[in-house]
Design a protein around this ligand. Structure first.
Ligand SMILES: [Zn+2]
Ligand SMILES: [Zn+2]
Length: 363
């Protein structure tokens, strides 16, 4: 490894459920087929507060101490053995998943459903969840889980590639009807990116359903119609806005109780529903079985972002997908606690909060 790479780095280390420290740890050494990267931007994901609180301790993370964080971009500073297509200086965006590569799901390209989940000996990785993540100055990642960035994308923007990839995966599953109408329930980061991507894919009318500052953000960032579910019945309002017959696609991006049912009732006959929001904890959602059958409503569950990052990077680079204005806050790594609080409490209209562990970037 090159002499300019220090032996130690600062990282956010979870020490036990609900507790973390910013401490010095060894800089990882890249294994074969891995690259060592200097992290320049790492965005807080909706799943991070849950992991940090320790709600899933034993699974995510499997044990302590643990470095979380998975929505990052940075530069390659060293390469492991057998790395042919990356070199020092390459700018890259990371993705949390690496499948084993040989199970049936991986062979079908569905590495988000790898049958060897959690078995790192098979080569499987889920960075920031079970494998060391990117709330650190450096991270070592498989070359399967990093993508090169064109020079016109900043590291801060590229830290949003993973979130946008999840939204795109949902939209690829449901499809978007060119000239059609899409309803987005829950205009948080995934919902807002789904809104922008639906537009890239040809949607003519986008209805955002939410409340408060996030609904306002949807209005500012391009929704055609806003439905405040605290003021009106969201199903009635959405159907009325879609000529009374319902929307082509409804994307549930909040994970809140009751919204799955609402999404089903918002779509037209033959309409499609995507579930992008992950509910906290376990709850059952009553659904109109007969209504779904009679109206041939298709429902798609969405997990992570397999095979979408290259598409998202191309869309950002071409200017068709704008993500810059979703970054409301940036913080240095030392202020991780403040950054987390800003994100969780949605302080000052926080949407995407990005940590910069190696100095600031102007965009
Ligand atoms: Zn994420
Ligand atoms: Zn696999």
């Amino acid at each position: 490894m090159n002499d300019r790479i220090p032996k130690k780095m600062r990282a956010v280390v979870l020490t036990k459920p609900g507790e973390f420290e910013i401490r010095e740890v060894p800089v990882p050494v890249p294994e074969p087929y891995e690259v060592l990267c200097r992290v320049r931007g790492v965005a807080i994901c909706g799943s991070d507060p849950e992991i940090i609180r320790g709600d899933l301790a034993g699974t995510w993370p499997p044990s302590y101490p643990f470095i979380p964080g998975h929505e990052w971009a940075g530069e390659v500073v060293a390469v492991g053995e057998n790395v042919l297509n990356f070199e020092t200086g390459d700018r890259v965006a990371g993705e949390p998943w690496k499948g084993c590569g040989y199970c049936t799901s991986c062979l079908e390209g569905k590495y988000n459903l790898c049958e060897n989940y959690g078995k790192e000996k098979t080569g499987f990785r889920h960075y920031g969840f079970i494998s060391p993540g990117a709330y650190a100055q450096y991270c070592a990642y498989s070359i399967k889980s990093v993508s090169k960035l064109p020079s016109n994308i900043s590291f801060l923007e590229a830290a949003l590639v993973d979130t946008a990839g999840v939204a795109l995966h949902g939209l690829e599953l449901t499809g978007v009807t060119p000239g059609g109408t899409v309803a987005i329930i829950g205009p948080g980061p995934i919902g807002l990116l789904a809104m922008r991507l639906a537009r890239c894919m040809g949607a003519a009318k986008i209805i955002a359903v939410g409340r408060g500052s996030r609904l306002e953000a949807a209005g500012r960032l391009g929704a055609d119609l806003l439905v405040d579910f605290e003021r009106e019945d969201p199903v009635k309002a959405v159907r009325a806005a879609a000529n009374g017959s319902g929307v082509n696609q409804a994307l549930e991006c909040s994970g809140a109780k009751g919204t799955f049912h609402q999404a089903v009732r918002m779509v037209k006959q033959g309409g499609r529903v995507a579930l992008l929001g992950v509910p906290e904890g376990e709850f059952m959602e009553p659904l109109p079985f007969k209504y779904i059958c009679r109206n041939e409503i298709a429902i798609f569950a969405v997990k992570a972002d397999p095979n979408t990052k290259h598409k998202v990077i191309s869309l950002i680079s071409s200017g068709q997908l704008i993500v810059k204005d979703l970054i409301t806050h940036t913080f240095p790594l030392q202020e991780f606690g403040k950054a987390l609080n800003t994100f969780v409490k949605r302080r000052d209209g926080a949407v995407k909060v990005v940590i910069e562990p190696n100095g600031t970037e102007k965009i």
